[in-house]
Design a protein around this ligand. Structure first.
Ligand SMILES: Nc1ncnc2c1ncn2[C@@H]1O[C@H](COP(=O)(O)OP(=O)(O)OP(=O)(O)O)[C@@H](O)[C@H]1O
Ligand SMILES: Cc1ncc(COP(=O)(O)O)c(N)n1
Length: 518
């Protein structure tokens, strides 16, 4: 570590001084998640142990203030604190001791950013601050850089009735900010109507942050989470308006994502990590494999696949299939080469480049051996089914991201390895099997290992993308699976065989199509 690293920590060291919530939605638990969501290193000193859940508060225990002093001193004797968020203080004594600790810190020349969320009443209606402590909370506000009251708390702080309108709330906030010399972020969550605005009120004037009200009951701990986000952000942002704009946008997203957490049956918590959608998710390929379960079953049930497996498939049908496959693989190799070119790592670059080369090599031998014996009945013409699949891949390569392209090429590895493995298991001894070479190629554990490697690269790609990209990846994957199903189905003799092949399908110039392989 260089001296510069020592002087400037990698992360904001943020301390929460607050109560607990064993369901993790409010208090210290929410603060720590909010700190982490904003890249801060979180610490916590407990003011009160609260038995609560999404329905309300059952019991509150306030430990002796000596224990609070000991916690606070244990932190500040050892750690430089960059930001402090103060939440539930519970009693006058606790508020007084927190104020005294802040004074001691200042006396040591330490001036952390201090955000005070003057928690008084839980959203469930339960009191979290004794009445005689209200004046002590005002004294704490004087020591803070920012106070974040909701409308009822602001009313207590200015000792007036609760503001009935947003302009009245702004007026109360202005007077309180003037009186205590501290900036106020007044919160509009308790307003009625389609908006939930907040406003920063201080010496520099009023800055409003508009937001639509999210139609949800997942608002437990919103005030805690917002004030903690502000504390985490301010040391690394230019000013309070910049920090507040960012925190508010994040919180609105966290509220909107809260219902999906399925935590509790009352007023649920917010999703602090909603902006990191890939975090904690199942691997992308696990999710999409489930999504295509019906297509996989349909593949297994296709008369073409069943007859291929038991060797009863007419040779002409197999050769038609191989011929279309050769035409397909020529373009598939180009798309793999594109994936290689766009790959973010040498591993991925090499994998897809080798895949493209193998397409033009290994399976070529299989096809040549097979097709040399065959009369090219289809005359080098791509069927409509083949063309549709190839168009999908080429369009994804042309317009999509690397992540979408690798999702689109995956089914050709994975579905084949999956089908091949089952056909091999069912066929047992391949000696004398008319399609033994095909089954041996795709049932080979080495091919399965390559499919697994392709999966891993797709999962790597999915880890770095946002929710919209992940959806596009899934669409590309599912579309390719649908094309794979149609591809197998097209060569089954009988009704529907090649009936999708449109008049005017182009003949492919000899030599342009390398008969290729995966
Ligand atoms: N339904 C909602 N949709 C969007 N934003 C909301 C909603 N409810 C609250 N907010 C926002 O959440 C933050 C907290 O607001 P609120 O006024 O509810 O504070 P609070 O009562 O202290 O919060 P808490 O629920 O933690 O006690 C503010 O930024 C507010 O605008
Ligand atoms: C320990 C603690 N601190 C703060 C709140 C307020 O949050 P809410 O109003 O959303 O219940 C709470 N319920 N518990």
């Amino acid at each position: 570590m260089s001296p510069a690293d020592v002087a400037r920590p990698r992360r904001v060291r943020a301390l929460s001084i607050a109560g607990t919530d064993p369901t993790g939605g409010a208090g210290i638990a929410a603060d720590l998640k909010s700190f982490a969501a904003h890249g801060a290193y979180g610490m916590a000193a407990v003011t009160a142990v609260v038995a609560q859940n999404t329905h309300g508060v059952r019991a509150v225990h306030v430990p002796d203030v000596e224990l609070l002093d000991a916690q606070l001193d244990a932190v500040s004797d050892d750690v430089v604190v960059d930001a402090v968020k103060i939440g539930m203080t519970a009693t006058a004594q606790v508020a007084q001791h927190v104020a005294a600790w802040l004074d001691r810190e200042r006396a040591r020349g330490r001036t952390p950013v201090v955000v005070l969320d003057p928690v008084m009443v839980a959203s469930s209606g339960d009191r979290l601050l004794s009445r005689d402590a209200e004046s002590r909370v005002r004294a704490l506000a004087v020591r803070a850089d920012l106070v974040t009251p909701n409308l009822p708390e602001l009313a207590v702080l200015v000792d007036e009735p609760v503001a009935a309108t947003w302009p009245m709330a702004l007026d109360q906030a202005r007077r309180f900010a003037d009186r205590c010399g501290t900036a106020v972020l007044v919160k509009g969550g308790h307003l009625t109507g389609p908006a939930s605005p907040d406003a920063l009120v201080g010496a520099a004037g009023v800055v409003e942050f508009a937001a639509d009200r999210v139609a949800t009951t997942s608002t437990h701990g919103t005030g805690c989470s917002l004030s903690a986000a502000l504390a985490a952000l301010r040391p690394v942002r230019a000013d309070w308006p910049t920090a507040a704009r960012e925190a508010k946008a994040w919180l609105t997203g966290a509220i909107a994502a809260g219902d999906a957490l399925l935590v509790g049956s009352g007023a649920g918590p917010v999703d602090h990590l909603h902006h990191l959608p890939a975090l904690g998710r199942r691997p992308f390929t696990d999710e999409v494999w489930d999504e295509v379960a019906a297509i996989r079953s349909a593949c297994d049930a296709l008369p073409f696949v069943r007859a291929l497996g038991d060797g009863t498939l007419p040779l002409t049908a197999f050769e038609d299939y191989l011929h279309q496959d050769a035409l397909y693989l020529a373009d598939y190799a180009r798309v793999l080469a594109h994936a290689s070119q766009a790959a973010p790592s040498p591993t991925a670059q090499g994998f897809f480049a080798r895949g493209a080369a193998a397409c033009l090599d290994v399976e070529q031998r299989l096809h040549e051996a097979r097709l040399a014996r065959a009369d090219r009945r289809t005359g080098g013409v791509r069927s409509a089914v083949t063309r549709a699949y190839v168009d999908h891949l080429l369009a994804t390569a042309a317009r999509g991201s690397y992540a979408e392209v690798v999702a689109a090429v995956l089914p050709c590895y994975w579905l084949y390895a999956d089908v091949g493995m089952r056909l091999l298991a069912r066929a047992g001894d391949l000696a004398g099997h008319p399609y033994g070479d095909w089954i041996a190629l795709y049932g080979d554990p080495e091919f399965a290992a390559r499919a697994a490697q392709a999966r891993a690269l797709v999962d790597d790609a999915a880890r770095g993308v946002d929710e919209t990209q992940r959806r596009l990846m899934a669409e590309a994957f599912v579309r390719s699976c649908e094309h794979e199903l149609a591809f197998f189905a097209q060569s089954w003799p009988g009704p529907g065989r090649h009936d999708e092949r449109a008049a005017g399908d182009e003949a492919v110039a000899p030599g342009r199509v390398p008969v290729a392989a995966t």
